[in-house]
Unconditional design. Structure first.
Length: 427
């Protein structure tokens, strides 16, 4: 089959599964299954647009997705099997156990105790922004600022801010997880959310990126939907919140595209859809990997690339990176999780292992719903959020520091959450 045919099959499979989830009203609770299937559906639709040359400024040839389209199709199919199996094995648990939420006043105490986290994120972001402007002077366009922000090496206080920026951003996401959980029981306060979302996203905003829109919205929405689904919030509050969520969603999509347009070169012939094609870049890079290293032409790494990359590295990933070092654009283009799966287990082995991975993530998240604990909330939110990045990033490598912090928080949880009234039963 041609690339477009595999994309049609993937789109159809994803739509059928999402409709199945809608029929079971599972849309009311975000899980890895809904996040993963939705983002791959959007990615495949964008690939179709590129292949057909519709709604985009430039049509791409079939060869750009010739091999990866088949890989995506079977990865999505395998993931759905894993998700279904996870729900099948937890069906009895779902009928015999009830989910109990932590009272919103407990969450509110935690948010007040750690209110410094968003402001710290904001201060670090401002330091990085001021440092960039002072080091390069005037910039003629947002595109130039973005390029400079990526390439500039910080010194002095800015270097310290840069060093801690990644870690403080992780805590910002944790704060938004808890904020969403609270709002699920009390209703959304849109002005307060926007304030904390902007503060927690200040670091990513300082480098002219767009990812902050997702990293502020999605963590909040995941735990908000979870808490709301199992809370006793009134119908009127839910109806009012639905309007606020729709407003935030439209605002987020518009800002994502507008920032992309501002970042584009003035001579570029770009449109609204073009700036979402970032999602297909990982697929194009994976197609290059599949073309350059056919099955059987290299030694499998058996988890070293996908799961242990931050600790042991990946010879194949290094080899491919060196092969494209001549092109700065390719070197910094997103790779997605697919090449690393392929390096570890090959084509069909990667398909099977991805299904197993998706099964485990879904299964763990379902079990976490019944853990009435702060750590359960944070881990549920992070595992659900994880698969959203699959089309554009190495999800396990990027999130390794997050899980390291979760382990540390768990170890020192009694000290961290001390002086919070009635917290002992929830840590």
């Amino acid at each position: 089959m041609e690339s477009i045919d595999y994309c049609y099959w993937t789109t159809g499979i994803a739509i059928v599964y999402l409709l199945f989830l809608l029929s079971q009203k599972r849309y009311r609770l975000l899980l890895p299954s809904t996040i993963h299937t939705s983002i791959w559906l959007i990615t495949c639709i964008l690939i179709i647009f590129e292949l057909k040359g519709i709604f985009v400024s430039e049509q791409v040839p079939n060869i750009r997705f010739q091999l990866v389209s088949k890989f995506i199709c079977f990865l999505v199919f395998s993931s759905i099997i894993g998700f279904i199996l996870a729900h099948t094995l937890t069906a009895r648990l779902e009928t015999t156990h009830t989910v109990e939420l932590i009272e919103s006043n407990i969450i509110d105490q935690i948010l007040k105790k750690f209110r410094w986290i968003p402001y710290c994120c904001g201060i670090v972001g401002i330091i990085l922004f001021v440092s960039l402007l002072s080091s390069v002077g005037d910039v003629s366009s947002f595109h130039d600022y973005r390029q400079i922000a990526i390439a500039t090496e910080h010194v002095g206080y800015a270097a310290i801010a840069k060093r801690i920026s990644g870690h403080i951003t992780i805590f910002g996401a944790f704060y938004l997880f808890l904020l969403g959980y609270k709002y699920g029981q009390e209703g959304i306060k849109i002005k307060e959310f926007i304030k904390y979302a902007l503060l927690c996203s200040a670091v990513n905003m300082s480098i002219g990126g767009r990812v902050w829109i997702v990293t502020s919205m999605l963590p909040f929405i995941i735990t908000y939907m979870y808490s709301r689904y199992y809370s006793n919030i009134s119908f009127e509050k839910k109806k009012n919140d639905n309007k606020k969520i729709l407003t935030l969603f439209i605002l987020a999509i518009s800002m994502f595209s507008i920032i992309g347009l501002l970042r584009g070169k003035e001579s570029d012939d770009i449109n609204f859809i073009d700036k979402f094609l970032y999602l297909t870049d990982g697929s194009k890079m994976t197609n290059m990997v599949l073309t350059q290293y056919p099955s059987g032409s290299y030694d499998l790494e058996y988890g070293r690339s996908e799961f242990l990359f931050p600790f042991s590295g990946s010879p194949m990933a290094k080899k491919f990176q060196e092969s494209i070092a001549y092109d700065i654009g390719l070197s910094v283009t997103v790779k997605s999780i697919m090449p690393y799966i392929y390096y570890d287990f090959g084509f069909w082995g990667g398909v099977v292992m991805w299904g197993v991975t998706c099964f485990l993530l879904e299964y763990i998240c379902i079990r976490l719903k019944y853990r009435k604990s702060i750590m359960g909330i944070l881990l549920f939110g992070q595992l659900t959020y994880l698969l959203f990045q699959a089309p554009v990033g190495h999800i396990f490598s990027v999130n390794t520091p997050v899980f390291e912090w979760l382990i540390l928080i768990f170890i020192f949880r009694r000290l961290i959450f001390s002086n919070i009234k009635n917290i002992s039963n929830y840590i």
